[in-house]
Design a protein around this ligand. Structure first.
Ligand code: FAD
Ligand code: NAP
Length: 543
């Protein structure tokens, strides 16, 4: 009988989980507490308890070729960066294509997951669900936790003295939906993650003045790289990754900083990060620098205190008549359905082997998907984690380094070295290094040397081109016959959606004809001049 797997959540991680279970011949049941699939990408006007909430204007900060599942490219006519509604459309296309919907039980909340009485023998879990007020208990052989980590908003009010006295309106960015409430107001946005960047820019077109307070600054990059290519496709290449691995961390950071400052000097805009010994994840925002330049957004340092109507910053400057504050201060990891004995979250840190398998379980029958903050697409990461987890459940692969008790060593160390130890750095990883680490576990990392010998043009694209998820379907278990073509055509799908006006360029033969006509014209002009000079000279001699 097939192993029964419970999947908690039908966002992009949960959908990948169902698909991977089916690929491995497992029997998945996905529980989704809301009324539909999509998770964070299912926008609603109302904030729903226990589900991520986004604002109406969210566009992705990862491009469509990097953000798709590895065997399901996005439709060619989808734009390169997508409105949240398009991602939801894509997730529906994926679910329909692979016939996943019948495995999902919507409006069913997972209330509790506990080890079964014979866990150490069977590795089974007892899952308690609730639907329309009715509770149900079921046993599963394995559990995939896909509940997302942008749900539980982090708002440390104790860090903002005087906020209780403040008479204006203050909210966390989770509750921000549209800019209309901020018309003509003085608004302070706190934090400088992607939420703070997006929201301050959006409000700045309506508000009287927007202030953006950051305690340590950040790098800002545009979605558009040199020659108009998407920045993630331009930078997330194996070639760049290989070079960066050869360099000392300091030099690597300096090179990155230079690249990020080539757009605008971050110091002049008050944005430059303070602690430069670690790599600070950049935010993606095309409009923030121009709104600062236009004076619509003023960057301020950390907050010292609030009064009833104003805010005082650490540099002593004051903003009077403040109407509203939006705290874009991020999120906390939480698993309300799991006891501490199953998994403990300690200051936003979770002890997981390669961010997936809990360290303390006797049997690896529970895995966490999407609990990573990669410098790239989370969707691709969740999918490869799902491929790995399902193979571990089936005991097709084992967690080798578990035995030597060096759980998490690679991930934790590389993250600590590169990103620092703060609350917000616990999940950060580099995209290619993390994807490759998991790919090695399941034998799907492309072998570039072999590929160069077999098919140089494909190898060239894999090594020098963007590390799109299709690369992890070229070989090994789960190999997809369309992967090669998807890689060779990825730039077509990227460039074609913007070409909505066909620019009439001369064809090669037309431009050759044009060149011949010009040359012929020039020759005629020169001959005419010579003829004229000779004719005039002769005429002068004869007369
Ligand atoms: P979610 O999308 O949060 O889905 C979790 C699902 O689990 C939800 O449907 C929820 O209802 C369900 N659930 C939770 N608890 C239970 C329970 N107890 N019982 C049953 N169901 C439950 N990533 C990118 O790669 N690119 C981007 O451009 C990008 N933009 C982002 C923009 C914003 C504003 C935010 C906040 C995040 C963004 N991310 C982006 C990261 C984003 O979190 C991931 O892309 C992705 O949505 C995570 O998917 P998930 O399935 O892991 O979690
Ligand atoms: P985030 O990236 O975690 O950023 C939180 C910010 O709050 C940080 O700048 C942090 O400052 C600041 N902060 C936290 N505590 C603070 C305190 N006590 N005082 C002052 N500042 C404090 O959160 P987010 O911006 O909401 O983003 C969450 C995730 O969603 C990220 O993965 C992001 O990429 C994604 N996202 C994507 C988009 C998009 O695609 N368009 C939009 C929004 C969000 P420090 O830096 O100083 O720690």
């Amino acid at each position: 009988m097939a192993m029964k797997v419970a999947i908690i959540g039908a966002g992009c991680s949960g959908l990948a989980a169902i698909k991977c279970c089916l690929e491995e011949g497992l029997d998945p049941t996905c529980f989704e507490k809301s009324d539909d699939i999509g998770g964070l990408w299912k926008y609603s006007e109302m904030v729903e308890e226990g589900r991520a909430s986004i604002y109406q204007s969210v566009f992705t900060n990862t491009s469509k070729e990097m953000m798709c599942y590895s065997d399901f490219p996005m439709p060619e006519d989808f734009p390169v960066y997508l409105h949240h509604s398009k991602i939801l459309e894509y997730l529906h296309l994926y679910a329909e294509h692979f016939d996943l919907l019948k495995y999902i039980q919507c409006q069913t909340e997972v209330c509790q997951v506990t080890k079964s009485p014979h866990f150490s023998k069977t590795g089974q879990w007892e899952v308690l669900t609730k639907k329309n007020g009715t509770e149900k208990k079921e046993y599963f052989d394995a559990v995939l936790v896909c509940n997302g980590h942008h749900v539980d908003h982090y708002l440390p009010l104790e860090s903002f003295p005087g906020i209780q006295k403040f008479k204006g309106r203050y909210i966390h960015s989770r509750f921000y939906k549209k800019s209309e409430h901020y018309q003509g107001k003085n608004v302070l946005v706190v934090g400088i993650g992607n939420s703070a960047g997006d929201i301050s820019v959006e409000i700045s077109s309506k508000a009287k003045q927007v202030y953006l307070s950051t305690r340590q600054g950040t790098w800002v990059v545009s979605r558009i790289s040199h020659h108009g290519y998407p920045i993630d496709m331009a930078l997330a290449t194996r070639f760049f990754f290989w070079i960066s691995n050869l360099l000392p961390a300091n030099l690597f950071n300096k090179m990155n900083e230079k690249h990020m400052s080539s757009w605008f000097d971050h110091e002049n805009y008050g944005l430059e990060p303070e602690n430069r010994s670690f790599f600070k994840e950049p935010i993606v925002n095309d409009y923030l620098p121009s709104q600062i330049l236009c004076g619509a957004i003023k960057v301020k340092p950390n907050i010292s205190t609030f009064t009833e109507t104003s805010v005082i910053f650490e540099d002593g400057s004051v903003v009077e008549d403040l109407d509203a504050v939006i705290f874009a201060t991020g999120y906390s990891i939480s698993f309300p359905f799991l006891e501490d004995s199953v998994i403990r979250v300690d200051n936003n840190k979770v002890a997981l082997y390669k961010n997936v398998f809990p360290l303390s379980h006797e049997k690896p029958t529970m895995a966490f998907l999407g609990l990573v903050q990669p410098l790239g697409s989370l969707l691709a990461v969740s999918e490869i984690q799902a491929r790995w987890a399902t193979q571990v459940f089936k005991v097709l692969v084992t967690l080798s380094s578990r035995k030597s008790n060096c759980y998490n060593a690679i991930t934790v160390l590389s993250s600590l070295n590169s990103f620092g130890r703060g609350r917000f750095q616990t999940l950060q990883t580099f995209f290619i290094s993390y994807m490759d680490e998991i790919a090695v576990e399941i034998g799907v990392r492309p072998n570039i040397v072999v590929l160069f010998l077999k098919e140089p043009s494909l190898a060239w694209n894999v090594f020098f081109g963007p590390c799109t998820p299709y690369q992890y379907r070229l070989t090994g278990p789960g190999k997809w016959s369309g992967a090669r073509k998807a890689i060779l055509t990825q730039w077509n799908r990227t460039l074609s959606p913007a070409k909505t006006r066909v620019v009439q360029r001369l064809t090669e033969s037309q431009s050759k004809t044009k060149e011949i006509i010009i040359l012929f014209g020039l020759a005629t002009a020169i001959l005419s001049c010579v003829y004229y000079i000779v004719f005039t000279a002769q005429h002068a001699l004869w007369s």
